[in-house]
Design a protein around this ligand. Structure first.
Ligand code: SF4
Length: 351
């Protein structure tokens, strides 16, 4: 049975905060089978990483880390739309086996779930973490230790879930962890609601960008993501910038992601996500070999029950039409699990 991201969150919730900072011993790291070093290590060798950390931290004084541009002084403890404090709040960290196969490998993706969120969608599957901020406040040094811990467990990357509002802490922790031996790529697992100016600070630090593209329609973004009507335009520009930085996805000889862009698009009921426009936009704006994961796992969560348009799961027909559009517009690097799911649905439809 597939262990999904949602299952992971649920099991973590059941385990509770004692799950945090719990050491796991007796597991060793893996040697990479390719001559490859992460981007942040190259930047450190060039003597540029410390300056980026400083540049990022300066944003806390007048926080405009995301398009909400609250302008609050988080160094003085003032909270903006995301309700995040100055220090990172972590819900859990753990090898995660529900992500894309090229991130998981044999020992999982080293996933660190940050609490709070700058987008706050009303159908969020992780709402206790994202909306209510459940988790534990830690120091950047602790975050560095978590990165090293999942690396030691054999994870092939550091998967930073909802990183936007804690980007300066992540950079600081990365530099600390690098000095202690961090050597696996950072995965920037974001809603996609990112400012270009802020992404430029990450240029040469992040190896794998994993953005969502949630909607193509201004009205849907406004309605379902707390008034973020600029989401489609902002996120399109952000994804193009991510591609400029890391290019199309590159895998090692075991099929594990090393560097590149991986876009996620969750199909929503009644074509709310604008899937046809999305695949058309990818085909016209990025190489057709861009990795795209068209996801079928939408479920009614949190406040989605109050919105009839999205108060049901998607149908097999909605999933199949999405995959057909992707094919029609010539996308050549669709997530293998999506393709396999399409084949199962297609088989069922034909029988
Ligand atoms: S990161 Fe948080 S405080 Fe900063 S601009 Fe975004 S929502 Fe506002």
């Amino acid at each position: 049975m597939e262990f999904t991201r949602r299952d992971f969150i649920r099991s973590s919730l059941l385990i509770g905060s004692s799950f945090l900072l719990s050491p796991v011993s007796g597991l060793s790291g893996q040697k990479r089978d390719v001559d490859w070093i992460p981007a942040y290590k190259k930047l450190e060798r060039e003597g540029k990483l410390a300056e980026r950390v400083k540049q990022a931290y300066a944003h806390f004084e007048n926080c405009q880390l995301c398009p909400r541009k609250c302008g609050v002084d988080r160094k003085k403890g003032v909270k903006g739309f995301c309700r995040a404090p100055l220090n990172p709040v972590i819900f859990s960290y753990h090898p995660h086996f529900g992500e894309e196969m090229s991130l998981v490998g044999g020992k999982g993706s080293g996933t660190i779930f940050f609490s709070n969120c700058n987008l706050r969608c009303i159908f969020c599957q992780n709402w206790p973490i994202s909306h209510e901020g459940k988790g534990k406040e830690i120091q950047d040094e602790d975050l560095a230790d978590m990165m090293l811990h999942v690396q030691k467990m054999g994870c092939r990357n550091i998967n930073l879930v909802t990183p936007t509002h804690v980007m300066p802490n992540i950079l600081n922790a990365t530099q600390i962890a690098l000095k202690k031996g961090l050597h696996i790529p950072l995965v920037y697992n974001t809603s996609g609601y990112e400012r270009l100016e802020i992404l430029k600070i990450l240029d040469g630090i992040v190896d794998i960008y994993l953005p969502d593209m949630k909607y193509m329609d201004v009205d849907k973004a406004k309605k379902y993501s707390a008034g973020a009507s600029d989401y489609p335009e902002v996120t399109k520009k952000a994804i193009v910038e991510m591609h400029r930085q890391v290019g199309v996805l590159k895998l090692d000889n075991q099929g594990i992601a090393l560097r590149g862009l991986m876009i996620r698009h969750l199909i929503m009921p009644n074509r709310v996500a604008g899937t046809e426009k999305f695949v058309k936009w990818v085909a016209e704006s990025l190489p057709k070999s861009t990795y795209v994961n068209i996801m079928a796992q939408y479920r009614v969560e949190y406040k989605a029950y109050d919105y009839p348009e999205i108060a049901r799961g998607i149908t097999s027909q909605e999933f199949l039409e999405a995959m057909d559009w992707a094919e029609k517009f010539g996308l050549t690097n669709l997530d293998p699990q999506s393709v396999a799911t399409r084949n199962v649905y297609f088989h069922r439809r034909s029988n």
